[in-house]
Design a protein around this ligand. Sequence first.
Ligand code: FMN
Length: 357
Amino acid sequence: MYKGAPFYQPMDIGRKYVNLPPKTIVLPKIGAIELNDFPLLLAPMEDVSDPPFRALCKLQGADVVYTEFISSEGLIRDAARSVKKLDIYEKERPVGIQIFGAKLDSMLRTVEIVEKSKPDIIDINFGCPVKKVVSKGAGAGILKDIDLMVKLTDAMVKHTDLPITVKTRLGWDHDSIRIVEVAERLQDVGCQAISIHGRTRAQMYKGSADWRPIAAVKNNPRMHIPVFGNGDVNTPERALEMRDDYGLDGAMIGRASIGNPWFFKQVKHFLKTGTHLPAIGLADRVAMARRHLEMAIDWKENELVGVMENRRHYTNYFKGIPHFKPYRMRMLTCNTAAEVYQVFDEVLETFSEESTS
Ligand SMILES: Cc1cc2nc3c(=O)[nH]c(=O)nc-3n(C[C@H](O)[C@H](O)[C@H](O)COP(=O)(O)O)c2cc1C
């Protein structure tokens, strides 16, 4: 019978938050995929982590990238939008396709569909807090039924030769944080890595992520799969803290990369040298926004769709520029790439001096 690891106790955690001597830290692997020391993972993000964005993050140093979550029920029905999400560029590997669902049969059929896209990893979303997902028992909803969570993972591991990884939250709410036990049980059924967002479902995105329970997972002497930390890694210093104070195997980065794929390079540089790279100048931001849009059009094979669906991306490259609103509004109403590039040119002309310092 499963005996279980001790539940999370904040007072159990030693030397800052990790008890492991540095020598025991070995290079992480997901299945046969060998990773660098303290890899940086691009988080799955709906409507953000599409193939162009993933490829750009990869070029800037992301070690592993994940697709946005894909509904198992949608894929089984062959819903065109879900199927399109399975696209992968060779240049972004290793890439994980993330799926969600709560029905065993649907999840197994989904594994078979997903395998045809030849991802390197299949990730199960056990962390989405959104009501319409949770109410069906999927995403973070499964945190209310840990036995089912383990059963689904077990069945999926047995159903494929690809490594299965899990992304989850600390627990359903503050009073039900059992992540140490949960992680160990997932590992025992063959999960190859776990990424943990340091919030509960009840927190949604409020408050700040608590990485101490994630360190407690890492501190469990029975854990041997990589434990990746997620939530609020928004500066290179925070990544360093996650590595050195919390002893985690890598950082999964979400929001800090939006409109800022350079974040991966900045973090890596800081982890290696302790110094910061110069700020990204406006010309580089414009060039990245343009490259991103070109890739989106290429991927969608339709200029109008590429321009419209990429709006959320190209406006994000200009976050923080004062008095930018009129340009932003114009970008949001363009229907052709040429119109967008025209606005980019004007932005460069108007703001270059102020923003390149
Ligand atoms: C726009 C957006 C979409 C997201 N979509 C997903 C998703 O599809 N699957 C998932 O597991 N998490 C999703 N998340 C959660 C992120 O992967 C991540 O856990 C969360 O943002 C915390 O990390 P961060 O502080 O680095 O952003 C999403 C987050 C955002 C902001």
